[in-house]
Ligand binder design. Sequence first.
Ligand code: FE2
Length: 165
Amino acid sequence: MSIVEIKSSATTLVDVEDNSTESLSDKLNVLLANYSIFHQNVRGYHWNLRGANFFELHEKFEKLYERLYTKMDEIAERILTIGYQADHNFSTYISESLIDEKINVSDGIVASKDILSSLKVLITLQKDILYYADELGDEGTYHLMSDAIKEQEKLVWMYSAYLGK
Ligand SMILES: [Fe+2]
């Protein structure tokens, strides 16, 4: 096997000949866009928060954006691993994200409600990708989605409990 063949087979982890992996990378890039906007929203909540629950939520929001940042990197590197490029520019993120930018939110309850709905968006997108990856036999992407869904479902429970929902 030549070096070119080895390189080619190493980047074609999902063994299909049609455009399924391209569709998968498109879905992952849309997911990445949603993470990026959400991550930046949570940074804003962490910074601009005011009120009686400041100390509690300021710290919780920091932990959340750190987890989102870690996951973003894993998603981007998964896109590279299956042979495509990861979007990295905010103009693309804004146009592709279902989660909107949130500006100057200082109320912890408003921020927590938005976090809850944004987590649900991520979970929905990730379930769609998980089923698609399963069809393609792409275990790496499947498990990446599965781990994220499990972690975020727990956060949905916790933020719902905090909000009394
Ligand atoms: Fe900080």
